[in-house]
Design a protein around this ligand. Structure first.
Ligand code: GLP
Length: 257
């Protein structure tokens, strides 16, 4: 594991990651981004979109691979990750939709969808920069506790905690799908650099176990400890379970890049 930074909040974290990604895309216009859903990465997408606009960065050859999708949800549903990634990333950044991939949650093709997704990532040359949030139970993507650390893209059941956490986006909890297709922990670990972001006291326990706990399938996010290039960005509340020696407090984040 490389570095753990505590910043003043989501906007600063978003600015920090966006600055690194903007430079990466300028250097390599064919950069491959690993995209996460949830509320956590939204400040990254907003800050990067602003830089693309103001600095005139060419993103026409950038590719993106989403981490996951619900199984059995209509891609047009406003909570399908196809829809969320299109609205929050593809359109916000002005990416070429043909270069933005989301695993298929179509129940009829699930057997082959995992392999097809792994093949597509490989064909693009692999993910350069992977953005990650973390579930309150330590999940990354939809790799729930118990996920093998070498797992690849596959169908997984969602825990009741995750369904309850995500119920806020649906009318009732009954509408929250019971299964998802997700990049595996092993898939995620193949990316060149990982950014894991977490904000709020409800993430503190998962963050502490991910960073200081044993590397274990019980906390899938703990697998990041075995990756050589990781940047963790937290607010003070999410860092509450860490010792001060575990992190660096960063002010004026962009100048620290
Ligand atoms: C979902 C996603 C994860 C995400 C997590 C946290 O379950 N599959 O990729 O990290 O939620 O969401 P949030 O960022 O809204 O806290």
């Amino acid at each position: 594991m490389s570095e753990v930074f505590v910043v003043s909040g989501p906007a600063e974290a978003g600015e920090y990651v966006a600055e690194i990604l903007a430079r990466a895309i300028t250097t390599n216009p064919e950069t491959v981004l690993g995209l996460a859903t949830g509320s956590t990465p939204l400040p990254i997408y907003a800050a990067l979109a602003e830089k693309v606009r103001t600095e005139g960065i060419d993103v026409s050859r950038v590719s993106g691979f989403a981490l996951d999708e619900y199984v059995g949800i209509d891609p047009a549903h406003d909570q399908s990750y196809h829809h969320v990634i299109d609205a929050e990333v593809t359109q916000t950044l002005g990416l070429n939709p043909e270069r933005v991939h989301v695993p298929s949650g179509n129940p009829e093709t699930l057997e082959s969808a995992g392999t097809a997704y792994e093949d597509a990532i490989r064909a693009a040359g692999g993910v350069d920069w992977q953005i990650l949030g973390i579930g309150a139970n330590g999940h990354i993507g939809f790799n729930e506790p118990g996920s093998p650390l070498d797992s690849l893209t596959r169908r997984v059941p969602l825990t009741e905690q995750t369904r309850e956490d995500n119920a806020r986006f649906f009318e009732t909890i009954d509408e929250v799908p019971r299964h998802a297709i997700t990049q595996g922990v092993g898939t995620i670990l193949r990316a060149g650099h990982l950014f894991l972001l977490a904000f709020g006291a409800h993430k503190a326990d998962a963050v502490a176990r991910a960073i200081n706990g044993p590397i274990s399938p019980e906390i899938p996010a703990s697998a990041i400890q075995s990756h050589p290039h990781v940047t963790v960005l937290l607010d003070a509340a999410a860092a509450a379970g860490l010792a001060p020696a575990d992190y660096t407090v960063v002010e004026g984040v962009v100048s620290a890049v």
